[in-house]
Ligand binder design. Structure first.
Ligand code: GLA
Length: 733
């Protein structure tokens, strides 16, 4: 890992063993993009891989005749000075102008990686694990300084970026756009993959052809959203799981965002991500500063599989902070699909007891334990236990659960309030609402104004009183609606454009306070399933409920899509009852478990209602997961086939030392008199002899080149098995 400085030509080369990222100062004083990709030798003064010489209808800065901004490649492009592509930032000045001209003003290198105040970001575990280059640019007219942060990590094909704006001038300006990163790539020979969906079908990969014009995805929901994830991939058209170049770009942020790939008429491609500039207006007074969230740019020249594996490792080691970092996750039992809000202490203890008998480690009490929460019309905001349901409170219940030998966890939804709540009656102005306008509801609830510190503090105090002394070891933090009428009763009219972002900062600050008060707690984030599954929240909550869709077959698609950008251990995944509550589908319990293993694993049903035979299967599943969760959750993950393309879908995890592998084969539809398809495994050591769970031994090269049979022969011709079968394979060297 190194940052090479060429003072003479003002070029900077960040590199490690796998990637190079080269930037340099342009004739205008702007920062230009020279290269990002596979590691290359360092040379002083490399040329920009585009020819910025002016052409008809291009403009050039006065007295710089051989430089046309629209033909050049920038690192953080500005608005209004001859580059007609989308800028990375815009600054509205007192006189109404939005033109600014930032010029290079020096650099600094720091060992390690500075954190961002109040925001999540990746970090270095030690000073020698990363180096950060900070480039300063100044707009002489306004006195605004931009600091562009670039971090290169020793062990990952990753560069992170972010920007700070500091007002060193005399006058207030308004930032109306401030992305986290932008790069101008020298060609458009790419495909774009976005992760899109909706409630119940989160993060399905969708490919789009890159050409002239803009491809863009965004959220304006105040949360990152299940509709479009703040992560995308650019890959070469020939790149597949195992070969070829690809680039992944994440925003470490949980609110409104926009990501874009904009092809121009000269075969260049501008790629960017950051906070959405729609209704973003940030006044920046004298002496004030504004920090963008961080963007993580990762690279692979060995296909999408390798890209995902390095993202998984990087996030597990350098983003997740919890005491559960790199720890196998507890197998939990959640009562939501079993009881909804209708329960009392007796019924809860009965479910927990059966969980203990099955081998579960953690019982989680979901929605309905507080205030007047018997349905979703009331109670949110009143974080006081409902003693009609739980006479001994959360502390009393948790003690009883602990006495059984289980840990106890609890559901909360701190950002929300119902009209029918004591909190709303006392503080009707604590919600986001536009003056004189109706309030939109989502699931009959309103959103608290988390841009206000007193609101966050009040919620913290209520939650603290519940959690303190209760011995809870897990919290599921839910968030069940998108934001509307985003307006704060206490902000002045010039500051209303800050509220979306300040809301997100408020969420982060409550996470910080809770983590500081209860460092032992494992947080799982949730937003009507997986509507806020992003790198920002992983910093606080190392796992996230993937989806309310717990159907074993739909979950293959959801977890497959999620695995492109997020670690296996971050995916909340449970076995639930059949017929499935979301699809009505009947998936065998073996297959439901075979899918849920590839995540945090748990159950979301009343185990008392299973047949004895099924309950015995559950016990075995838990024994299995306890034995192999380390390999599954932290091993190298290989996607073998796609549920969007194949009827026999497969994936596997391999331990770092390649001595153990766990593979799953899902057989969605059963043919009559079908062929005997084989699945070629991946990631094994070709020279090692592996023994499977039936005692048969094969070399790794055999398993990877000849493969294993998807069906057992006896099963192939037996119609009683039906659809949705699965097969787990454990291999030990
Ligand atoms: C959301 C969550 C569910 C459950 C309910 C409770 O829908 O995604 O898992 O917690 O809320 O109301």
């Amino acid at each position: 890992m190194n940052i090479i400085i060429h003072e003479n030509v003002k070029q900077f080369h960040l590199c490690n063993d796998s990637v190079s990222y080269i930037i340099g100062v342009l004739p205008t004083g702007d920062l230009g993009h020279f290269y990002f990709g596979r590691k290359i030798h360092d040379t002083e003064g490399i040329a920009m891989p585009c020819n910025p010489f002016p052409r008809p209808m291009t403009c050039n800065p006065n007295k710089i005749d051989d430089f046309s901004p629209e033909l050049s490649s920038f690192e953080y492009p500005s608005f209004g000075r001859g580059d007609y592509r989308n800028p990375a930032y815009e600054i509205l000045q007192g006189n109404g102008s939005r033109v600014s001209q930032f010029e290079y003003d020096g650099y600094e290198i720091v060992q390690g990686k500075p954190a961002i105040d109040g925001m999540p970001s990746t970090y270095a575990n030690s000073e020698d694990e990363a180096q950060t280059l900070i480039i300063s640019l100044v707009d002489k007219l306004t006195g605004i300084r931009q600091k562009l942060y670039y971090t290169i990590f020793r062990d990952y094909p990753v560069v992170t970026r972010r920007v700070s704006f500091i007002n060193e001038g005399e006058e207030q300006v308004t930032i109306t756009k401030a992305l986290s990163m932008s790069i101008d790539l020298p060609d458009q020979d790419y495909e774009w993959i976005q992760f899109q969906g909706a409630w119940g079908r989160e993060r399905f990969p969708v490919k789009r052809e890159v050409t002239g014009g803009a491809i863009s995805i965004e959220s304006m929901r105040g949360i990152s959203s299940s509709n479009f994830n703040p992560f995308f991939i650019l890959k070469r058209p020939t790149t597949d799981e195992d070969h070829g170049e690809a680039m992944g770009i994440h925003l470490v942020y949980s609110g409104n965002f926009r990501a874009m790939a904009e092809g121009d008429s000269f075969d260049k491609l501008r790629v960017s991500i950051g906070v959405n500039d729609r209704w973003f207006q940030w006044p920046l007074g004298k002496g004030e500063s504004f920090d963008t969230p961080e963007a993580v740019i990762s690279f692979s020249d060995n296909g999408l599989g390798a890209l995902s594996r390095s993202i998984h490792r990087f996030f597990n080691n350098n983003l997740v902070r919890s005491v559960y970092k790199n720890r196998p996750r507890p197998i939990l039992l959640n009562n939501w699909e079993a009881t909804n809000m209708s329960f009392d202490e007796q019924s809860i203890l009965k479910i927990a007891k059966k969980g203990k008998e099955a081998g579960v480690e953690l019982f989680v009490l979901d929605d309905g334990w507080f205030g007047k929460r018997d349905d979703d019309y009331a109670g949110l905001g009143d974080w006081v236990v409902n003693t009609k349901k739980l006479p001994d409170g959360i502390t009393g219940l948790a003690q009883k659960v602990r006495d059984m030998g289980l840990e106890m966890g609890l559901w909360i939804e701190p950002e929300m309030v119902n009209e029918d709540s004591d909190l709303f009656r006392a503080h009707p102005d604590w919600v986001l609402a536009a003056p004189g306008r109706d309030k939109s509801l989502g699931r009959h609830q309103m959103v608290l104004d988390f841009s206000r510190k007193e609101v966050v503090d009040a919620i913290f105090d209520m939650l603290f009183a519940v959690i303190d002394g209760s011995g809870l070891t897990y919290i599921k933090w839910d968030m069940n609606r998108s934001l509307t009428e985003v307006y704060s009763a206490v902000a002045d009219s010039d500051s209303q454009g800050t509220i979306y972002h300040k809301y997100v900062l408020g969420v982060y600050s409550l996470y910080e306070k809770l983590i500081k008060a209860f460092p032992e707690i494992l947080f799982e984030s949730c937003s009507s399933g997986g509507s806020r599954f992003d790198a920002g929240l992983l910093y606080y909550a190392p796992q996230a409920w993937c989806s309310d869709d717990t159907d074993g077959i739909e979950r293959i698609k959801i977890q497959y899509g999620t695995s492109f950008g997020y670690p296996i251990v971050s995916m909340g995944s449970h076995v639930s009852e059949v017929p499935n509550q979301q699809t009505g589908r009947m998936v065998p319990i073996e297959t439901r478990a075979a899918v849920a293993y590839f995540g945090t694993f748990g159950y979301e049903l009343d185990l008392n209602e299973l047949s004895d035979e099924e309950f015995e299967k559950v016990k075995k599943q838990i024994v299995f997961m306890k034995e192999y969760r380390e390999v599954i959750q932290y091993g190298d993950f290989y996607r073998i086939s796609s549920p969007f393309e194949a009827d026999i879908v497969s994936w596997m995890s391999v331990s770092a030392d390649k001595k153990c592998a766990v593979a799953a084969i899902y057989k969605i539809h059963t043919p009559a008199n079908g062929s005997l398809p084989r699945v070629k495994l991946k990631g094994l050591d070709p020279d090692r002899l592996y023994t499977d769970d039936r005692g048969q031994s094969y070399y790794g090269d055999y398993l990877m080149n000849v493969g294993v049979e998807a069906y057992d022969r006896e099963e192939m011709f037996n119609a009683q098995f039906g659809d949705y079968r699965s097969k787990m394979i454990v291999l030990k060297a």
